[in-house]
Ligand binder design. Structure first.
Ligand code: ATP
Ligand code: MG
Length: 181
C-alpha cells in the first residue's frame, strides 16, 4: 500500500486553512484545491510499502509533544502548475521530529527523499496565479493558527472511486510531559 508519515491537523487549523483556500480560489485562474479532510503535514513519504515494517519504525519514535504554528502561504513552481502551500513557523521541535522520522525509517530500509525537510501543507496543485499576483503580500494578510502536536500518524493513501483518500493506519503518541523525557 501507498504509505506516508504525517501530522494530522486540529479542527481550528483546518478552519483557518479552508478560509485561506476560499480566499485563494477567486484569485487563481486554474488549480485543484485540497479537500478539508485531506489537509495534513507530511513528515516522510514512504511510497508503496508493507505496513508491518512501517509500523515498527513508527513505534521507535519518541519525543515531546510541541506547539506548531501554521501561517502564511507560498508556492513551489512546477511545469504543470504551482503547488500552493501553507507554511509552518520555524520550529526546532518539528525539525528534530522530521529528522528522527527520516533516520528511523531509513534504518528500517525505507528509501526516502534525500532533500532536507521543508515543512509545508499542500493547499492546492496545478495552481495558476495571474501574472503579477503578489502571493507574499497576500500571505501577510492571513491569520496564523497554532495547535499542539501530540501524535505522529502512519497514513495510507489511495483513490477510492477516483477520490483521493487518506486513512490513518497507526500512530505513536508524543510525550506530553517534557520532564519525563
Ligand atoms: P496525488 O498524488 O494523487 O495528487 P497526494 O500527492 O496528496 O495526491 P500521495 O502522492 O499519495 O498523495 O502523497 C501523500 C503525501 O506524501 C502528500 O502529502 C504528498 O505531498 C507527499 N509526497 C508524495 N510524494 C512525495 C515525494 N516523492 N516526496 C515527498 N513527499 C511526497
Ligand atoms: Mg502525489
Amino acid at each position: 500500500m501507498r504509505l506516508f508519515v504525517a501530522i494530522l491537523l486540529s479542527e481550528p487549523v483546518k478552519d483557518m486553512l479552508m478560509q485561506t483556500i476560499r480566499q485563494l480560489q477567486p484569485a487563481v485562474l486554474d488549480g485543484r484545491f485540497s479537500h478539508r479532510e485531506n489537509l495534513h503535514l507530511t513528515l516522510a513519504f514512504l511510497g508503496e510499502s508493507s505496513l508491518k515494517p512501517a509500523q515498527q519504525a513508527l513505534h521507535q519514535l519518541s519525543g515531546p509533544s510541541f506547539a506548531m504554528t501554521v501561517e502564511g502561504v507560498g508556492r513551489f513552481r512546477r511545469d504543470g502548475g504551482d503547488i500552493l502551500w501553507a507554511g509552518v513557523r520555524k520550529n526546532p521541535d518539528l525539525s528534530a521530529l522530521a529528522l528522527q522520522v527520516q533516520q528511523a525509517f531509513s534504518q528500517k530500509g525505507f528509501s526516502l527523499e534525500k532533500r532536507p525537510f521543508a515543512a509545508h501543507l499542500t493547499l492546492g496543485r496545478q495552481g495558476l496565479l495571474p501574472e503579477g499576483f503578489d502571493l507574499k503580500a497576500f500571505s501577510k494578510t492571513l491569520p496564523a493558527s497554532s495547535m499542539q502536536v501530540e501524535r505522529v500518524s502512519l497514513m495510507k493513501s489511495e483513490r477510492i472511486n477516483g477520490r483521493l483518500t487518506y486513512t490513518e493506519m497507526d500512530f505513536v503518541g508524543l510525550n506530553k510531559n517534557r520532564e519525563q523525557k
